[in-house]
Design a protein around this ligand. Structure first.
Ligand code: CA
Length: 240
C-alpha cells in the first residue's frame, strides 16, 4: 500500500549546476522527488542504489559519460533512462538508444516537452509492474516462425536461443507479434510503445529501435524476413 503512495523519484546527472538546478526545480514542481549528481561516477553510484523511477542523464560529464552510466545501469536494471543533452548529432542519438536509453531530449528543450516524456516513461514502467503482479492470468507465448515471444517472462527466443532485448525492443516486438501481419505507422508505434503523441515524439526513435531489433533477430538485417517495412505505411511483423 505504501508503495503506491510513494512519490516517484528522479535522478538528474548533470554537471552544469544552473541547468541541474532548473531541472530539479521543475521536476519537484511536478510532484516528483529529485536528486542531483554532478559527475558521472557519483551519478552511477546513485543510479545503482535502485532508488529511482527514472534517470535523466547528460552525456558529457566529468569522470564518466552518460553513455557509460547507461551501459552499466542496463546490466542491472530496466529503469527508464532519458538522455538530456546539447549534442544532437544523429550518431549520438543512435548510440544513446543502442546503449539502452529509452529516449533522448536535446537542449534547448521545453520543460513541457521534457515532463511529457518523463510522465510517459514513468507511466509505462509502472504499468509493467502492475501487469507483472497479476498472477492468475496466464498469457500464451506467441510463435512467429522461429521466434517465440514469451509474454509471461518478457523474453524472446529465436530457434530456442534467447535474444537480448531492451525493454522498448521487447515492447515493440511483442506489440507487433500480437498484431502479426498488421502494419503500423511510426506515429502509431510511438504512441503505443513510447506513450507519446505526435507532438512530443520523434519518429526517428522508432526507426532506430527497429534497426536495433533487426540486428538481433534477422539473419541479414538489410534483408529482413521478420520485421518488415511496408512502404509508405510503416512496420509489421511477418508471419512466416
Ligand atoms: Ca555536461
Amino acid at each position: 500500500m505504501e508503495e503506491k503512495e510513494r512519490a516517484k523519484r528522479i535522478l538528474v546527472v548533470e554537471d552544469e549546476r544552473n541547468i541541474a538546478a532548473v531541472l530539479a526545480y521543475n521536476i519537484r514542481k511536478e510532484g516528483y522527488e529529485c536528486d542531483v549528481a554532478y559527475d558521472g561516477e557519483k551519478g552511477l553510484e546513485m543510479a545503482l542504489t535502485d532508488a529511482y523511477d527514472l534517470l535523466l542523464l547528460d552525456i558529457m560529464l566529468p569522470k564518466m559519460t552518460g553513455f557509460e552510466i547507461c551501459d552499466q545501469v542496463r546490466m542491472k536494471s530496466q529503469v527508464p533512462i532519458i538522455f538530456v543533452t546539447a549534442r544532437e548529432e544523429e550518431k549520438d542519438r543512435i548510440l544513446g538508444l543502442e546503449t539502452g536509453a529509452d529516449d533522448y531530449v536535446t537542449k534547448p528543450f521545453s520543460f513541457k516537452e521534457l515532463m511529457a516524456r518523463v510522465r510517459a516513461n514513468i507511466r509505462r514502467s509502472s504499468g509493467e509492474v502492475v501487469k507483472r503482479a497479476e498472477p492468475e492470468k496466464t498469457v500464451e507465448p506467441i510463435r512467429v516462425g522461429d521466434l517465440v515471444i514469451d509474454r509471461e517472462h518478457y523474453s524472446v527466443t529465436k530457434g530456442g536461443e534467447v535474444i537480448e532485448l531492451s525493454k522498448k525492443d521487447y515492447d515493440l516486438i511483442a506489440f507487433l507479434a500480437e498484431n502479426v501481419g498488421v502494419a503500423f505507422t511510426r506515429e502509431e508505434l510511438l504512441e503505443k510503445i513510447w506513450g507519446y503523441d505526435d507532438y512530443y515524439g520523434d519518429i526517428r526513435t522508432v526507426d532506430v529501435t527497429i534497426t536495433r531489433i533487426r540486428k538481433k533477430i534477422e539473419k541479414d538485417s538489410s534483408h529482413p524476413e521478420y520485421l518488415m517495412t511496408k512502404r509508405g505505411v510503416g512496420y509489421f511483423l511477418c508471419n512466416r
